[in-house]
Ligand binder design. Structure first.
Ligand code: SF4
Length: 288
């Protein structure tokens, strides 16, 4: 099978056997850098083409930059911007309340599944007050297919009742207040604040951000709260929400959990993750 078509396990040396050398002794970049193609459809995005070739940022000594070096972080942000220029939350919503509901329902589920459920749900119960008038048991059949429907129903109805009784029927736009709602933790609060209220109060750490931040060595922590703190220290505040959405999309499209499509990934030559399926750079055992 021709090279470049099938992702491969990285060689123990950290470099694929036969990977081309280019001027300056650097290994050849991945397929996307050579061809401009990614796994996100045919053709080349004009911005992506304009961005080629993507250089490997090195220190003055020519060695790879430390994982959290500002120049490397900047390069990661630039490449994510080129790949996912205008991404936002994939959960369909028309109001802050609908986003709260969709985000609660998305736990342990997929956005696709939630988007199959919510249009009918919001048609049946158009207002926050409609949800507040329900019992969790009444809501359960409508959200059953998203999984964990008993807990989710309890959270959604509980959140609606609390917003009506304590916040005048308006979804609060403060982190502290959002965190008092049943079923709302920092991840949901960050989604709502960043996406609906345009407030960068934190970084959304879902399963994709968790995995990719570790693969890219932006953190070594495993706890979402600590990962968020690590990311908030190195990502500029005005980019927290966009960065979250970009990494989530990257996790869906290329940096998937079991078999990342490294051969098609524009971050490949600055990613040293131990579980890469294709590598032109040295592997860091601690990056996973
Ligand atoms: S693990 Fe592979 S797909 Fe994920 S960021 Fe690294 S090179 Fe890209």
């Amino acid at each position: 099978m021709p090279r470049g078509k099938t992702p491969r396990r990285p060689a123990r040396t950290g470099r694929q056997e036969g990977a081309r050398k280019v001027r300056g002794g650097k290994a050849a970049t991945s397929a996307v850098l050579r061809t401009g193609r990614t796994g996100m459809g045919s053709g080349t995005h004009p911005d992506r083409a304009a961005a080629r070739p993507l250089p490997v940022p090195n220190s003055a000594s020519g060695r790879p930059l430390p994982p959290r070096a500002p120049e490397r972080i900047q390069e990661i942000l630039v490449r994510l911007n080129v790949l996912y220029p205008e991404v936002t939350c994939a959960l369909q919503h028309k109001s802050a309340w609908e986003l709260v509901v969709a985000t609660i329902l998305s736990a342990q589920s997929t956005d696709v599944r939630v988007n199959m459920v919510t249009p009918e749900l919001f048609r049946k119960y158009p207002t926050l007050q409609d949800f507040a008038a329900l019992t969790p048991e009444q809501l359960q059949p409508d959200v059953r297919t998203t999984g964990f429907f008993r807990n989710k129903s309890k959270s959604v109805v509980g959140a609606a009742k609390k917003i009506v009784s304590e916040f005048g029927g308006q979804v609060p736009d403060q982190m502290e207040q959002l965190l008092t709602l049943p079923g709302v933790a920092r991840k949901t609060a960050n989604v709502v604040l960043g996406t609906w209220f345009r407030k960068n109060e934190g970084v959304v750490v879902d399963t994709h951000v968790h995995r990719i931040s570790r693969r890219l060595e932006l953190t070594r922590n495993d706890d979402p709260k600590r990962i968020e703190q690590d990311l908030m220290k190195i990502i500029p505040r005005e980019k927290w929400t966009l960065f979250s959405h970009q990494v989530i999309w990257h996790g869906r499209k290329l940096c998937i959990a079991r078999r990342p499509k490294c051969v098609d990934c524009p971050l490949e030559n600055i990613c040293y993750a131990a579980d890469k399926t294709w590598s032109t750079v040295g592997i860091h055992k601690s990056a996973k």
